[in-house]
Unconditional design. Structure first.
Length: 133
């Protein structure tokens, strides 16, 4: 199962600068940290008519910007410092996305703990590449 925190952004000058320094953003980060800590190591069970399958929890933040979606996967972030670092780096990635002209794209972002930055990939291009299209 996936637990998703959705955020929908409209293009607005200076919005992200003010959001990054606001109490609303701090509250959002606190909520995300709480959820990540509560879900750490938890298993979920998918029950079907034939069997029960144990699954790992998956947590991501989904943004919708100008018709594009970005999935910031929070898998592997376990302590407060890692989560803070990852969340602080989300807003610049979203701002860069606002300047792109492409529409109806899906991006997957994973946080690189060693480089302390989000690595984004265009999901549709990855699928095409793997299928040889």
């Amino acid at each position: 199962p996936a637990i998703t925190i959705a955020m929908d952004f409209l293009k607005s000058n200076g919005f992200f600068v003010s959001l990054g320094a606001s109490a609303a953003w701090d509250g959002f980060k606190t909520m995300v940290k709480y959820v990540v800590v509560k879900l750490d190591g938890k298993k979920f069970y998918k029950v079907t008519s034939k069997n029960v399958v144990e699954k790992e929890s998956v947590l991501s933040i989904v943004t919708s910007i100008n018709g594009n979606e970005m999935y910031f996967k929070l898998d592997g972030l376990r302590n407060s410092e890692e989560i803070d670092s990852a969340l602080d780096k989300i807003l610049p990635v979203i701002e860069r996305q606002l300047s792109k002209e492409d529409k109806n794209q899906i991006y997957i972002a994973n946080f690189d703990k060693e480089l302390h930055e989000w690595a984004t990939k265009n999901f549709l291009e990855e699928v095409r590449r793997k299928k040889g299209l």
